[in-house]
Design a protein around this ligand. Structure first.
Ligand SMILES: [Zn+2]
Length: 455
């Protein structure tokens, strides 16, 4: 071979070799790019009649092109969801899916949820028949049972009541009144499934607010029943509160210590912070404390009003606040103001456990007693607290002394009755006949011996 031909042959061979090595490397790289990764947020433990699932799919390249969810039970493999994603395809997909358990045709019990997915990335060899994620689940297609046994027939705006029902197989049950959920508590023998939910109608809820009993199991299977109680309208008073500069100057260090000294032209602003923000904080605390309740009633008989006290402000009074001759704010007063002599003893309205003891913004030194099943009483503006959190007290036990701590003009007791943190009128609970007709009667109708009439 002449020398020049040898050279040409070598060059061609080298170029060919480069092309072959380059191609193989390129194909190798194509093959090595990882496929789609999958994750459930959160991983489901159950598949029920309709179970929402959030699935995130991440493709390194080429976007998510398609995915499939299968359920496997023994030798049975069922496609639950199958979707092709049209371009443009994102590399990260967050999918909100719902699996309808009954449509799968599988039996209740253990199963495996499998996720398959492919990206839009071309690779020389593709293996698509392997799941990229498997998740053990339990198929539960039986909703809890739910029977309404009895309920307070006449509720009222700003009032309370109770619903008795039977449920089996539920992990959460209770009554929804116009959008507020009141949890139920199991009472009596566990196998009977009897539950009681105390309910309240906020003072400003319409009389047509729907009342719905519902139960859910751990798979999310739900069932509900309408409660035919009637809500009676109530009228609530209005009032005016004159806010004096001298009063604010005196109260600010206690109610707004973070502000330091407040100049006269900032007094109104400071007052509004207290009357709005601090008041809202107190309401939030009341709702939070309502969760600290015993699953059984601790009380018996009518609640007591402190002796020789005069009511000088009513429940759900809408108050106009006047400052410097102007209406500056409007708020609702959620309790009864009771006054006697200065630093009067404050008796426990009924038997209960102290679940809150300490300062509570506008309420000053405050006590909250839990009477069980979500029923609580609140005592505010105290000058002295004689009990500690966790202590159980009998009806009439002196809890402390009245005072004027918090946003109080003079020495008095601010008293509230709360049902799961919703204020209701104390009048109902001071009235033995109201308790008999609205609380004990539905219990008796359902054959539940839970609360003695007592005195
Ligand atoms: Zn008050």
């Amino acid at each position: 071979m002449p020398r020049s031909a040898w050279k040409t042959w070598l060059s061609v061979t080298l170029v060919l070799a480069l092309i072959i090595v380059g191609s193989i490397s390129y194909l190798g790289w194509r093959q090595s790019v990882p496929g789609v990764r999958a994750a459930f947020v959160p991983p489901p433990a159950f598949i029920g009649l309709k179970t929402p699932l959030t699935l995130t799919l991440t493709a390194a390249r080429g976007g998510v092109a398609s995915f499939e969810l299968r359920l496997v039970q023994g030798t049975q493999k069922v496609t639950a969801i199958q979707q092709t994603v049209p371009p443009p395809r994102g590399n990260e997909q967050r999918l909100a899916l719902a699996v309808e358990g009954r449509a799968l045709g599988l039996r209740e019990g253990g199963a495996t949820l499998e996720v398959y997915a492919r990206d839009g990335f071309w690779r020389p060899i593709r293996v698509d028949d392997r799941p990229i994620l498997t998740q053990p689940v339990t198929l539960d297609l039986t909703p809890p049972t739910l029977d309404l046994l009895s309920a307070t027939q006449y509720l009222a705006q700003g009032g309370g009541g109770l619903v008795v029902y039977r449920t089996k197989g539920a992990t959460r049950s209770g009554v929804n009144v116009g959008g507020i959920f009141f949890p139920g508590f199991a009472v009596g023998p566990a196998d009977a499934g009897t539950h009681v939910a105390m309910v309240a109608v906020p003072y400003d809820f319409p009389v047509a607010s729907p009342i719905v009993l519902s139960a859910q199991d751990e798979a999310g299977n739900g069932v509900s029943r309408s409660v035919s109680s009637e809500i009676k309208p109530r009228k609530f008073p209005t009032g005016t509160v004159e806010v004096k500069e001298e009063f604010l100057q005196r109260k600010l260090p206690e109610l707004l210590p973070e502000r330091g000294s407040v100049p006269a032209d900032r007094l109104l602003d400071a007052f509004l912070t207290i009357n709005r923000d601090k008041r809202r904080q107190a309401e939030e605390t009341k709702r939070a404390v309502s969760a600290k309740t015993q699953p059984k009633p601790l009380w018996q008989g009518a609640f007591i009003q402190p002796r020789n006290t005069k009511v000088f402000s009513n429940f759900a009074e809408t108050r106009s606040y006047r400052f410097g001759g102007q209406d500056v704010d409007s708020q609702v007063h959620f309790g009864y103001d009771l006054a006697a002599v200065k630093e009067s003893p404050v008796p426990a309205a009924n038997r209960g456990t102290v679940v809150f003891a300490g300062p509570l913004t506008i309420y000053g030194n405050t006590l909250i007693l839990d009477h069980g099943l979500g029923l609580q009483t609140l005592y505010a503006h105290l000058s002295l607290i004689d009990v500690r959190e966790g202590q159980t007290v009998d009806k009439g036990t002196v809890l402390g002394r009245t005072g004027s701590s918090g946003l109080a003009l003079g020495d008095h007791l601010h008293y509230e009755v709360l049902i799961h943190g919703i204020s209701v009128t104390p009048l109902e609970w001071w009235d033995a006949r109201w308790i008999r007709d609205h609380i004990l009667k539905p219990l008796r109708e359902a054959n539940v011996a839970l609360i003695e009439a007592g005195s």
